[in-house]
Design a protein around this ligand. Sequence first.
Ligand code: FES
Ligand code: FE2
Length: 470
Amino acid sequence: MSVQTQAPNKAFSGYYHRDVPEEDAELTHVGPGTPCGEYLRRFWHPVFWSSELKDLPKRIRILGEDLVIFRDGRGEIGLLALHCSHRGTSLEYGMVEGHGIRCCYHGWLYDVDGRLLEAPGEPPDSTLSERIVHGAYPTLDYHGLVFAYMGPPESRPDFPIYDSFELPGYHLAPSSRPKRDELSIDSANWLQLAENNIDVVHAVFLHYPEVARAVLAQHRPSANSDLSMDDYFNRGLPGWDAALARVRDEFQHEIIEWQESPLGVLATEARPSGDLVWVRLTDYILPNVSQFPPHRYEKAAEEVEFEPPDMTGWTVPIDDTHTIDFSFRHVRDGDSPVWSGAFAQAGNVKINRGVLRSNASLERSYEERQRQPGDYEAQQSQRAIAVHAAEHLGSTDRGVVLVRKMIREGIRAVQAGREPLRPTAGTDGRVATYCRNTILNVPSTNGGSARREQLRSTMRGIADAVLRKG
Ligand code: FES
Ligand SMILES: [Fe+2]
């Protein structure tokens, strides 16, 4: 008897779609000795908040390594392998001293560079302290974030200072540590969180309808048990449909392109608003840094020559399936460091966009997160490690494709014994970056496709000029 096979692209063919391929280990695994882990270890990464280093040492995990971080009495920061070189007790139970950290078990005292300063139980003529060096990594406290370099000492690059860090009239405000530790950690692989930052299209379909989702919640039986499904389908959904149609229509007028830049990938977007054209440039800086200009949820109202990034963020792997974000806000001197776009209101409905862009989302109930999903829900539910072989990429994923390609090139460069593409400082010691908003008055000469061409050439002109400055 012959068994009829069914093409997997037929309706009701779930049976043929069950297999989940393996994740792309080359791009996603970060532990010591893995190709991506070795690549990421060629860069400085933020690992902790400076203001949180007090009397108690902190146990952290970065790139699959368990570490302890502390600041001693001299103000020196130590980032040491967690387990004592003697017999393995965790240094998180150690004593932070005037000079270094002392293990609780037998009192071995380590300097911030890993040298053993004292093994008090050993006889005075012991040479242990000359022979033993404990694992330690160099650190740098920059504007309130502690950065570390965890790669081979001979490949250590200078700490890159981006030009956006030193804008006249602005200062850097570091992100702060959430109230609870689990709110600072994403349960997902680093790459899917990092590449989201160049996926500017998700902002349109996930974030723009946030207010419309909150309005719809007023008609959902899951939010108010007095309501019926009739309320949901007949009173709530028409409003939602109209809001989504508006988002979709406006998006059809938008132009988005991605290209390689000396730093990684540059995303360029152009949106019309009457005669004005809003051009938005977003930096993806290899391997895991992003810079965003302010998001203008309202339409552009006047010309703006240059609006700098309002955020620079790092997506730092804890291990293969956990990730932590650190960021600086670029705050205009005299302004509050709180993100000005954090809240939105429509009628009596108010939403906290800050929560929807972070794992502070976890503080909400499961049903609330289903009704109003944010970045955390979208990214963490891609699976602990997103499976690229199961994806079906479209034209709007070009930025993601470029980022993966460039990361793979970097990984393979390191595997071949070369240095990967890393940010290079100019003669002024600063690394040129490209992120910005520009709003220009470009009166429409004609509608339709002519207007689209006008937007495209305006956008490309700005991107070309900005890239040349580097
Ligand atoms: S285990 Fe740390 S001093 Fe003995
Ligand atoms: Fe987002």
